[in-house]
Ligand binder design. Structure first.
Ligand code: ADP
Ligand code: MG
Length: 139
């Protein structure tokens, strides 16, 4: 379960999140809807440790994240998939996917197979080809 309690966050003098609280129960999908500039991406940045909350807490399964550490968030099972094409353009598709599976250990290989099954165009033709798909090769 993911829980935000009284989160305040922003940029320089501008506060964007004014005490945000919500819960994502286990095995549920929660969508955040709002106009441009409402603070959706800021909320996700706080959850994934890319932006430190000025106040409030983020907990995963009851354990508080210290905040401001993406590495800690990843270890807690949080993954941030940014909008646009913010992949690592100089790495292959396979390398980008493996990086995303960094904490998965042995589970990474079957997950890669599932990715390639649903997106065959991203599957490398051979280990020697530059296995890029459009999302990774354009900026
Ligand atoms: N890196 C940043 N530096 C300064 N202000 C930012 C930055 N990112 C977003 N903002 C501002 O924070 C507010 C919320 O933005 P954002 O969370 O990106 O909104 P949304 O994702 O809902 O469109 C906006 O006023 C935006 O201009
Ligand atoms: Mg956004």
């Amino acid at each position: 379960m993911l829980e935000l309690t009284g989160v305040r966050a922003g940029y320089d003098a501008q506060e964007v999140l004014h005490g945000l609280s919500f819960t994502v129960p286990p095995r549920q999908i929660v969508a955040i809807v709002g106009v441009n500039g409402a603070g959706k991406s800021t909320t996700l940045k706080v959850i994934s440790g890319l932006l430190r909350a000025r106040q409030g807490t983020v907990t995963v399964d009851g354990r508080p994240l210290a905040g401001g550490s993406a590495a800690e968030a990843v270890r807690a099972g949080i993954a941030h998939v940014p909008e646009g094409r913010q992949v690592f353009p100089n790495m292959t598709v396979r390398e980008n996917l493996l990086l995303g599976a960094y904490t998965a250990g042995k589970a990474a290989a079957p997950r890669l197979m599932r990715c390639w099954a649903s997106s065959p165009s991203c599957r490398p033709r051979s280990a020697r080809t530059p296995d890029r798909c459009p999302a990774a090769s354009s900026r």
